[in-house]
Design a protein around this ligand. Structure first.
Ligand SMILES: [Cu+2]
Length: 129
């Protein structure tokens, strides 16, 4: 019985992820549902999340977090990068290879950001309750 319930759990998670990916691909459609599904499988960060800056790019997918979450960017590139909010609500110092910077997000919203020296590098942090 234990094996069976673990099996069912795995199937439920797999189906949830599949549905989330399908819905997410139809931009905007069922966004709230996707969010809930992602939260149910633990993709929405609640307290702390670390992401990489690599190959002259921020993470390509939106980073979704709960209010109060600390987001840390680790630089894997030789080039120095920083993280600047489009709306000016946060900005970090430049960091070299192996260094990291953090921003704690309190307010709900979608915060797009870019790298000062390389403005083509863009990313988004979405804060949802
Ligand atoms: Cu950069």
């Amino acid at each position: 019985m234990k094996k069976l319930s673990i099996g069912i759990g795995v199937v439920v998670v797999a189906v949830s992820v599949f549905v989330a990916v399908v819905l997410a691909s139809k931009e905007g459609v069922g966004f709230a549902l996707v969010r809930e599904l992602m939260a149910s499988v633990g993709i929405v960060a609640r307290e702390e999340i670390t992401v990489e800056i690599a190959n002259m790019a921020f993470p390509s997918s939106t980073i979704t977090v709960r209010p109060g979450t600390k987001v840390t960017w680790v630089n894997k590139d030789v080039a120095r990068h920083n993280v600047l909010a489009d709306d000016g609500s946060f900005k970090t110092e430049l960091i070299g290879r192996g260094e990291s910077v953090s921003v704690t997000f309190q307010k709900e919203g979608a915060f797009s950001y870019y790298c000062g020296p390389h403005p083509f590098m863009k990313g988004v942090v979405t804060v949802v309750e």
